[in-house]
Write a new protein. Structure first.
Length: 74
């Protein structure tokens, strides 16, 4: 079985949340992504990260993605 070369983490919340609350949640997601990478044996500093936001009605879904190894953009 091949090893994974990417990870994704998503959270949804109301678009009306204050910017400070959203910043706190983004920092939490960054922290947990780093912990997850360490858990699977990947150096968090060697990964490439991307944020994406999708909006549906009054909700936003923020996705934090990490890529390493063969999945890393050239």
């Amino acid at each position: 079985m091949s090893k994974p070369t990417q990870a994704h983490m998503s959270q949804s919340w109301s678009k009306g949340r204050p910017p400070g609350w959203k910043d706190m949640k983004k920092k939490q997601m960054e922290y947990y992504m780093g912990a997850k990478l360490i858990e699977v044996g990947v150096n968090p500093k060697s990964a490439t990260y991307r944020w994406s936001v999708t909006t549906e009605g009054n909700d936003e879904t923020w996705t934090y993605s990490a890529y390493w190894g063969d999945s890393q953009p050239k």
